[in-house]
Ligand binder design. Structure first.
Ligand SMILES: Cc1cc2nc3c(=O)[nH]c(=O)nc-3n(C[C@H](O)[C@H](O)[C@H](O)COP(=O)(O)OP(=O)(O)OC[C@H]3O[C@@H](n4cnc5c(N)ncnc54)[C@H](O)[C@@H]3O)c2cc1C
Length: 445
């Protein structure tokens, strides 16, 4: 039996759709927000929740990945509905990043599909420029997400052959609104939730404790001794920012880390690596990168920053761990303006005891301990995503598609380049399904 007519048939007997027949015109959009977005929706109201049927795909998350896939779908004439928990697009960039942030990678590696950056943008656009680009991207493709809609549960309904996506108004326990669709595209990002480390005594620390997602600028820390926990790109850059605002930063470096200059031989290190990888195997490129890095930075291990046994690119592909692209922090470590500390043993009052037995007092602690996916908390699917880390089980380029119309975009550990690849593939795949059905959803703008 044609799966479409089967699902139509099952829907007719499902209680959530029964009230559609009581409607004069069950396909008439009933909520302004849906109407404005031309999403073909029908609604059922019960005592428990309100339910909409969305004829195009549902996308969860309005970050760069959600916008990219919505734009690629739109280009093919397929409308979609984006559900976003915050009150703006790109909430990670707008609400959870520090003021001095610029793209870590050159702009040509960060463009979303179908629209280049403005020609007058610098090689590394600032976060404000990146957000402006995303705003005009959304405007150009007529993308208007539904804001303040946190997806709390999504599950494939084997009876209806549709995804049921339950949302609540963000920050409330208010009424549940459910959306159902044949496609669910997960775009909630690898950085959905801040990772809070379990450090003995941290809860009782009397000074300021904040995650980097809440850190804006070092201006609040002038003259203060600040301990930055974690030495990824964010931790290193926050230290530099603190230095520039006359604070006294110390950085905790627990694990081995690769630091590479952001530019080498007049080119971006990332671009140079991509170019070399066209001709040379990974381990050779790694050797070259490390030789040049040593010539420019010197021996980082002497300053407490040991390098991992695997090279930077090999490590990235094995574990997803990104090398630090240095934007000036290392010079401050060399000059002694930033002090490197080993792992924390425990915290007692304002005093922090380190693994080498040293004890030092601090005024504030900034946790640069990274982020994690939140997919396992709301998506009831065991196939595409791993419950352990909330990332696709299959590595890039095979982790974008699951069963029953489930997709993932932006979980490739390859930044915005990976997002573009996923978004194009998903749009093509969904278009093929519409074509096979001989129609497109009537959601053109
Ligand atoms: C500081 C920093 C700098 C980076 N710099 C670069 C760079 O230069 N180049 C590069 O290629 N990559 C970079 N990245 C990596 C990556 O490209 C970005 O994190 C990018 O924002 C990922 O886009 P995304 O849409 O996949 O995820 P996000 O930007 O995290 O967007 C996900 C969206 O989903 C929403 N959401 C989450 N859970 C729910 C839910 N349950 N219900 C509804 N909505 C939900 C969130 O509110 C958010 O708006 C950087 C990352 C960070 C943290």
């Amino acid at each position: 039996m044609d799966p479409w007519s089967e699902s139509e048939g099952k829907r007719a007997h499902d209680p959530i759709f029964q009230c559609f027949s009581q409607n004069q015109n069950p396909r008439q959009p009933v909520e302004n927000c849906c109407k404005e977005r031309s999403v073909d929706a029908v609604v059922a109201r019960s005592e428990r929740c309100t339910c909409f049927w969305v004829s195009g795909p549902i996308i969860v998350g309005a970050g760069p990945s959600g916008l990219a896939v919505a734009a690629c779908l739109k280009e093919k004439g397929i409308g979609s509905l984006i559900l976003e928990r915050s009150n703006c697009i790109a909430s990670l960039w707008q609400l959870k990043t520090y003021d001095r942030l610029s793209l870590h990678l050159p702009r040509k590696f960060c463009e979303l599909p179908l629209m280049p950056f403005p020609a007058d943008y610098p090689i590394y656009p600032s976060k404000q420029q990146f957000v402006a680009y995303l705003e005009s991207y959304a405007a150009r493709f007529g993308i208007s997400p539904m804001y303040n809609r946190t997806v709390v549960h999504a599950e494939y309904d084997e009876q209806l052959l549709l995804w049921r996506v339950s949302t609540r108004t963000s920050g409330t326990m208010g009424e549940e609104v459910q959306y159902v669709s044949g496609w669910l595209i997960v775009a909630t990002g690898e950085n959905a939730e801040a990772v809070q480390p379990d450090i003995d005594g941290l809860q009782e620390f009397p000074g300021t404790v904040m995650h980097t997602s809440a850190y804006k600028s070092g201006s609040a820390f002038a003259g203060k001794r600040v301990l930055v926990v974690g030495c990824g790109n964010s931790g290193m850059e926050v230290c530099l920012d603190l230095c520039n605002h006359n604070a006294e930063p110390h950085i905790v470096v627990r694990d081995a880390v690769h630091i590479l200059p952001r530019e080498m031989l007049g080119h971006s290190t990332f671009g140079l690596s991509m170019w070399m990888l066209k001709w040379l195997p990974v381990h050779v490129v790694d050797r070259i990168l490390l030789c040049i890095a040593r010539a420019i930075l010197g021996d980082t291990a002497r300053l407490g920053l040991k390098r991992p046994a695997s090279g930077p690119l090999e490590l990235k592909s094995l574990s997803g761990k990104t090398p630090v692209l240095d934007v000036g922090t290392f010079a401050k470590i060399k000059s002694g303006d930033i002090k490197v500390r080993p792992a924390i043993r425990r915290i007692s009052g304002r005093d922090v005891e380190f693994a080498d037995g040293q004890l030092e007092g601090f005024d504030a602690i900034v946790l640069a301990t990274g982020y994690k996916s939140n997919v396992p908390f709301w998506l009831k699917d065991r196939e595409l995503f791993s419950e352990k880390d909330g990332l696709p089980r299959k590595a890039f380029p095979n982790g974008w598609k699951g069963e029953n119309g489930l997709y993932s975009v932006g979980f490739t550990r390859r930044g915005l380049m990976g997002t573009s690849v996923d978004a194009r593939r998903i749009a093509y795949d969904i278009e093929q399904q519409w074509k096979a059905k001989g129609t497109l959803p009537d959601v053109f703008l």
